[in-house]
Design a binder for this molecule. Structure first.
Ligand SMILES: C[S@@+](CC[C@H](N)C(=O)[O-])C[C@H]1O[C@@H](n2cnc3c(N)ncnc32)[C@H](O)[C@@H]1O
Length: 399
């Protein structure tokens, strides 16, 4: 890989994190699960990719997310959710993993114009670095009247009623990786490489038995034939499973007394996720706008992600008492949510037509984010008919 060389300071930062990962290995008989490796690489306090000061978002960072492309993304989402907002009467919002704060900014701006400002807009952000960036950015951008409604949380509240939203958060949760062998499903573990000391090969992978009985049970279920509800995975197949997204959904469901949960992310229904052709999984790394598959490249300096299995998420929500309101592509959500109409209004206000047209194309076009990114909406104790514009775009049958 011929990527831009990190600065000496950045390399020293990564080496410090690598040392911490090696210490964790020593404490666990020389190996840690890939899940634990990914947890440390992204979230080790002060050192992980999200916890430390790497720029991450935008042109000068490693990747661009939808709220960074245009405020039309957040405005259209808030517009699409209007019937739910009306049914709950100015509900509170809870955003998970707010990145730079741009999604919150666009949603709150839109709600202010609609005279539908919530009393509270809560943000739960696990990264201390991003929390500080969100606070600085939103304070500078929003009026005092709006800013005072934003409350940063350190953990989930005991109960919440209103709208929960998370854009590109599930893909950033650590996953368990596995490989199917002739001797059953094995988990991928990471060990220290014993030769050289370059960042690319400080670690390598070995297979061993799954780290928990529950994981083993889930992997065995994926190996069952399709007629028995499995995915028919056979020897040689490698992929990942995101148990943390299910744990997060369960916790959110437990605190939600009434309201909706909207997750937007890249991913597929299970049949496509575990398609026989996708036999090396969906793990992907992002370093300075280069996407590549090596999670051991300068740990702490690059993002590591995987796609979302929306069937598993839907199943988990339903099993925990949520109603699956709808599932659709991001393109459909934005088109049916009225992005074109909002773009017209937006144009007359501030942006050049070329910039706006480009942003809309990136967000909705199937070749860009429109098809790969999906939206899944759950409700709890809130009985309203699915708004017509969402009904028209609904794809729950694909799950
Ligand atoms: C890929 S970024 C997306 C940021 C933003 N939502 C956007 O669309 O630009 C993932 C975000 O999720 C946060 N995050 C990861 N795990 C989380 C969790 N369990 N709860 C809340 N935030 C989390 C990260 O710190 C980061 O802010």
């Amino acid at each position: 890989m011929s990527f831009p060389e990190p600065s000496t300071i950045a390399q020293a930062h990564s080496l410090k994190l690598q040392q911490q990962i090696k210490t964790a290995m020593t404490q666990h008989h020389g190996k840690i699960s890939f899940h634990n490796y990914m947890q440390l690489a992204l979230y080790a306090p002060g050192l992980g990719y999200y916890s430390a000061g790497a720029h991450k978002f935008g042109e000068s960072g490693d990747f661009i997310t939808a709220p960074e492309i245009s405020p039309l993304f957040g405005m259209t989402i808030a517009s699409a959710l209007k019937p739910y907002i009306a049914a709950m009467s100015q509900p509170d919002w809870l955003e998970l993993g707010a990145g730079t704060g741009r999604l919150a900014e666009s949603i709150l701006d839109y709600l202010a114009k609609e005279k539908n400002l919530p009393q509270h807009y809560f943000i739960l952000e696990v990264s201390a670095d991003l929390k500080q960036r969100q606070q600085d950015y939103l304070q500078a951008k929003l009026s005092g009247e709006i800013f005072k409604r934003i409350i940063w949380l350190d953990r989930l509240p005991n109960s919440f009623s209103g709208i929960i939203i998370a854009n590109e958060v599930l893909d950033a949760l650590p996953v368990h990786r596995f490989k199917i062998t002739e001797n059953g499903a094995k988990e991928i573990y990471v060990v220290e490489a014993n030769s050289d000391s370059t960042a690319l090969n400080n670690f390598h992978e070995i297979l061993d038995n799954p780290s928990s009985a529950y994981l083993e049970q889930r992997l065995n279920a994926l190996m069952l034939p399709k007629e028995q509800g499995g995915m028919g995975l056979t020897a040689g197949y490698e992929s990942e499973i995101n148990l943390q997204q299910e744990a997060l959904l369960k916790s959110l469901t437990a605190i939600l007394t009434q309201g909706i949960l909207l997750f937007i992310d890249y991913g597929f229904p299970a049949r496509e996720y575990y398609h026989p052709d996708r036999d090396t999984g969906t793990l992907m790394c992002h370093y300075q706008h280069h996407a590549h598959p090596n999670p051991y490249f300068w740990p702490g300096l690059q993002d590591i992600t995987s796609h979302v299995d929306f069937t598993a998420l839907a199943k988990c929500g339903i099993e925990n008492g949520l109603t699956l309101e709808t599932f659709m592509t991001q393109g459909a959500l934005l088109m049916h949510g009225g992005i074109m109409e909002l773009a017209q209004a937006f144009l007359t206000q501030e942006k050049s037509s070329l910039l706006t047209a480009n942003a809309v194309r990136k967000l909705v076009s199937p070749e860009e984010m429109g098809e790969l990114f999906k939206a899944i909406l759950f409700s709890k104790n809130l009985h309203i008919a699915l708004p017509q514009q969402l009904e028209d775009a609904d794809c729950r049958h694909r799950l």
